[in-house]
Design a protein around this ligand. Structure first.
Ligand SMILES: C[S@@+](CC[C@H](N)C(=O)[O-])C[C@H]1O[C@@H](n2cnc3c(N)ncnc32)[C@H](O)[C@@H]1O
Length: 295
């Protein structure tokens, strides 16, 4: 694969390329070396990843190898995430477009979708997804709750363009409304049955310790003040006034922030305040309800 003359003319099979790239990625410190090699090679060959397994012996053409080499280089040298190299990521079984204007949807965010589905039943719900990014959470809920009216908001107009394109491609656009602005500002005066949010929750002080891949995602999708809690706190303080009585709020956060967030929600008058764990058993979502009466 390298430019050394003795490897230039060699005909590489799928399996040989995968083996070579896996050890190259490992040397470069890429965590998911084999999986990433498979995803990139499948893309360069224009086939599904699992098909590689029945084409291990297939020779790779020079054009295919050139395409692959470009992807491998950017993954190893620039530490560009695979999803951004390919421009796509699956979330809740929905194929989503992703660009450097949005956070790449993470599997743990499916915990937020699951919690919202558990908390609701089918019907004409008004749902707000605050900080929608690629639209991942809003679109998953639109798929599962087709009668709901969903407002997807974000402070980034560029992210909203990606979310709109995803909604159109998935033919889910008719149940979604998009609005741009800071936190609850664009929906001031409105009321919702459900508010979901996966806000930025990393501390700015952590920035230098983070995986290099994160440098390719928008800072405003990742960081929220010195402790990472700026938006979490605003959500806890302001969401109650936008929820209908009995309305439900679910917020994704870092595991170590769960207790603090629970305290803020209780202070703000929420009840049924609980933690939802992700597939790795870490506290990932905190939810609560606005009381039906009083508060
Ligand atoms: C962690 S990303 C989540 C994206 C998407 N919901 C997901 O789960 O993949 C946070 C999103 O919140 C947006 N955001 C950051 N600060 C905001 C603010 N003050 N008001 C509204 N949205 C904000 C960012 O632009 C980003 O799209």
């Amino acid at each position: 694969m390298s430019s050394a003359t003795n490897t230039q003319d060699k005909v590489w099979s799928v399996l040989e390329l995968l083996r070579w790239t896996t050890s190259y990625f490992e040397e470069k410190g890429v965590d998911t070396a084999r999986l990433d090699a498979e995803c990139l090679l499948a893309d360069a060959l224009g086939i599904e990843r699992l098909r590689l397994y029945i084409e291990f012996e297939k020779p790779v053409t020079p054009d295919e190898r050139d395409r692959y080499r470009g992807l491998v280089r950017r993954r190893a040298d620039e530490r560009m995430p695979v999803a951004l190299l390919l421009g796509k990521k699956e979330f809740w079984s929905l194929p989503l477009e992703v660009t450097s204007d949005v956070l790449v949807p993470r599997p743990e965010t499916e915990t937020l979708v699951e919690a919202a589905l558990q908390a609701t039943t089918e019907g004409p719900l008004e749902i707000l997804d605050l900080g929608t990014g690629s639209g991942a959470v809003a679109l998953a809920l639109a798929k599962e709750r087709p009668e709901a009216r969903i407002t997807a908001s974000d402070v980034s107009a560029a992210a909203l363009d990606v979310a709109r394109r995803n909604a159109e491609k998935l033919e889910l656009g008719s149940s979604l409304e998009f609005c741009c602005g800071d936190a609850f500002e664009p929906v001031a005066g409105r009321h919702f049955d459900v508010i979901v949010s996966n806000p930025p929750y990393l501390a700015e002080s952590e920035a230098t310790e983070l995986a290099p891949e994160l440098s390719h995602e928008p800072k405003q999708a990742l960081f929220a003040g010195p402790e990472g809690t700026e938006l979490l706190r605003r959500i806890a303080e302001e969401a109650g006034s936008l929820l209908n009585p009995g309305g439900w709020l679910g917020v994704e956060l870092a595991p170590h922030q769960a207790e603090t967030m629970m305290g803020w929600l209780l202070e703000a008058g929420f009840e049924d305040v609980i933690v939802h764990r992700d597939l790795t058993d870490r506290a990932r979502v905190v939810s609560g309800r606005r009381p039906r009466t009083g508060g």
